[in-house]
Design a protein around this ligand. Structure first.
Ligand code: HEM
Length: 406
C-alpha cells in the first residue's frame, strides 16, 4: 500500500511522462541486473550500480545510450574529449574546488538570499505562496549566475521569443528557467536511443547559442564570487568554462527545481514537517531524504564499450545499461526524516564514480536554504492547491500553493 506522499509522487511522475511510474516500479525487480528486449540492461542493485559507475574501461558516458551522447549533440562536440578519459580527469581536477561548502553557502546567500527572505516574510504575513513557481524563479536566479546573465541580458537575449519581462523583476528568471527546461525536454523519448532528430538538434543549438551568449563577457569581467569568475580563477579556458556552464545549466535546472517543490510537498504529505519544526537539527536528514525519494535524475544511462561480465551476466560492447536510480533509492522505503543514513544508497541520487554530480554541494546548500526560509516562522504549512507539470522530462509540480497554519 502506498502512503499519501508516495501516491502524490507517483501521480507527479505520470504527469511528466505517463510510462515512468510503471517502469520505475517494475524496475525494482531488475536486481542485480536484467535484460529488457530492445532497451538493454536495467540495474536496480546499488552495488552493481556502483561497480558500473566505477568502471570506465567497459562503460562510457559519451557513447549512444548515455547522457554525454545527448549532451554532445545538444551542447557541442567538445563534450566527448572533456567528459571521458584524460580530458575529463583534468576537468574534474580543475573544478574540484568549484563548489566547496563555504563557497556554495556564500553563493546561495548572494544569489538567493533576498528572495528567500521575502518568502519567509510573505508566509509570515499570511500570504499563500506558490512554491513551484518560487522554485522556478530561485533556480532561474541560480542559472543566471552559472551562465553569467544579468536580468537585462536575459530580457535582451530572449526579447524575440514573444516574452516581455515588463516590470516584474522575477520575470527574467522565469524566462531563463523555461528556456533551459525547453532544452532539457528535448531529451524526451531518448529511452531507446539518445540520437536526436535534426529538428531537435537545430532547436537545441539555437537555445544553447542564446543561453551561452553572455559567457565571454562574464568570463572576462566576473569576480570570484560568481561561478564563471571562479572557473576562470581555477584555470579553466573560456571555451571550457562556457561548455561547462551549459552543462551545469542542463544538469542542474529542472532537477533542482523539482527537488525543491517536491521537498515541500513530501514534508507536508508525510507529516514530517512537524517533527522537523520540533528538531531543526534534522534539516540535513530532510534534505537527504528528499534527494533519495525524489531522485530527480531517475535513470542514468551508460553504454558498454567492451565485453564484460557483471553480476554473472555477459554484457556485450554496443549494448546499453540503464541504472534505475529512483528504483534503487526508493527500495529503502517511504520518506522519513527519521531514517538513518544508509551507506548503500549514499549519494546514488547524484550518480557515482568519476561522474558523480559536480553540483552536489550547491544542491545541498540551496535545498537547506529553502528549508530554513520555510521553517523560519516555526509554523507548519498546508497545501491549498497543487497541480503536476505535464509532459516534462524531469517531473515536477506546476503549482504548489502553500500557506502557514497552526
Ligand atoms: C537535485 C539536483 C541534481 C541531481 C539529482 C543531479 C544528479 C546528477 C547525476 C545522477 C549525475 C551523473 C550523471 C551520469 O553519470 O550520467 C550528475 C552529473 C552532473 N551534474 Fe548533477 N544533479 C543535480 C544538480 C546539479 C547542479 C545544480 C549542477 C551544477 C550547478 C549539476 C552539475 C552536474 C554536472 C556538471 C555533472 C556531470 C559531471 C561529470 O560527468 O563529471 N548538477 N548529476
Amino acid at each position: 500500500m502506498f502512503d499519501a506522499a508516495t501516491r502524490h509522487e507517483l501521480t507527479l511522475l505520470a504527469a511528466g511522462q505517463p510510462w515512468l511510474p510503471a517502469v520505475l516500479l517494475a524496475g525494482r525487480a531488475a536486481t542485480p541486473i536484467r535484460k529488457v528486449p530492445k532497451l538493454g540492461w536495467f540495474v536496480a542493485d546499488p552495488l552493481v550500480a556502483r561497480q558500473i559507475y566505477n568502471d570506465s574501461t567497459h562503460f562510457s558516458i559519451v557513447s549512444e545510450g548515455a547522457a554525454g551522447h545527448w549532451w554532445a549533440q545538444v551542447i557541442g562536440d567538445w563534450v566527448e574529449p572533456l567528459f571521458e578519459g584524460a580530458g575529463h580527469t583534468e576537468l574534474r581536477a580543475k573544478t574540484r574546488d568549484l563548489f566547496t561548502a563555504a563557497h556554495t553557502d556564500a553563493l546561495v546567500d548572494g544569489v538567493l538570499g533576498a528572495a528567500l527572505k521575502q518568502l519567509t516574510e510573505d508566509l509570515a504575513a499570511g500570504k499563500t505562496v506558490d512554491i513551484a513557481e518560487r522554485a522556478r524563479v530561485l533556480v532561474g536566479r541560480s542559472v543566471s549566475d552559472l551562465v553569467g546573465m544579468a536580468p537585462e541580458d536575459i530580457s535582451a537575449t530572449f526579447a524575440g521569443e514573444g516574452r516581455n519581462s515588463g516590470d516584474d523583476p522575477d520575470e527574467p528568471f522565469r524566462i531563463l528557467f523555461e528556456h533551459v527546461e525547453e532544452l532539457v525536454n528535448l531529451a524526451m523519448g531518448t529511452m531507446a536511443s539518445t540520437t536526436l532528430d535534426p529538428v531537435a538538434v537545430d532547436r537545441a543549438r539555437t537555445l544553447v547559442g542564446k543561453l551561452s551568449s553572455s559567457v565571454p563577457a562574464a568570463y572576462a569581467r566576473a569576480d570570484g564570487s560568481t561561478t564563471l569568475g571562479r572557473c576562470r580563477e581555477l584555470g579553466l579556458a573560456q571555451d571550457h568554462a562556457s561548455g561547462l556552464a551549459m552543462l551545469m545549466a542542463v544538469a542542474g535546472t529542472d532537477t533542482l527545481a523539482s527537488a525543491m517543490s517536491r521537498m515541500v510537498a513530501l514534508l507536508h504529505d508525510s507529516g514530517d514537517q512537524r517533527a522537523l519544526l520540533a528538531a531543526p537539527e534534522r534539516t540535513p536528514d530532510a534534505v537527504r531524504e528528499t534527494l533519495r525519494v525524489t531522485s530527480p535524475a531517475y535513470l542514468v544511462g551508460r553504454s558498454v564499450t567492451a565485453d564484460v561480465e557483471i553480476a554473472g551476466r555477459q554484457l556485450i560492447a554496443g549494448e546499453h545499461v540503464k541504472i534505475l536510480t529512483w528504483s534503487i533509492n526508493n527500495a529503502a522505503g517511504n520518506f522519513s526524516i527519521h531514517r538513518d543514513y544508509n551507506p548503500e544508497t549514499r549519494q546514488l541520487w547524484f550518480g557515482g564514480g568519476r561522474h558523480l554530480c559536480l553540483g552536489a554541494q550547491l544542491v545541498h546548500s540551496e535545498l537547506t536554504a529553502l528549508l530554513e526560509a520555510l521553517t523560519a516562522n516555526g509554523r507548519p504549512w498546508e497545501i491549498v492547491e497543487r497541480h503536476y507539470r505535464r509532459k516534462v522530462f524531469i517531473p515536477t509540480y506546476e503549482t504548489l500553493r502553500i500557506r502557514l497554519t497552526d
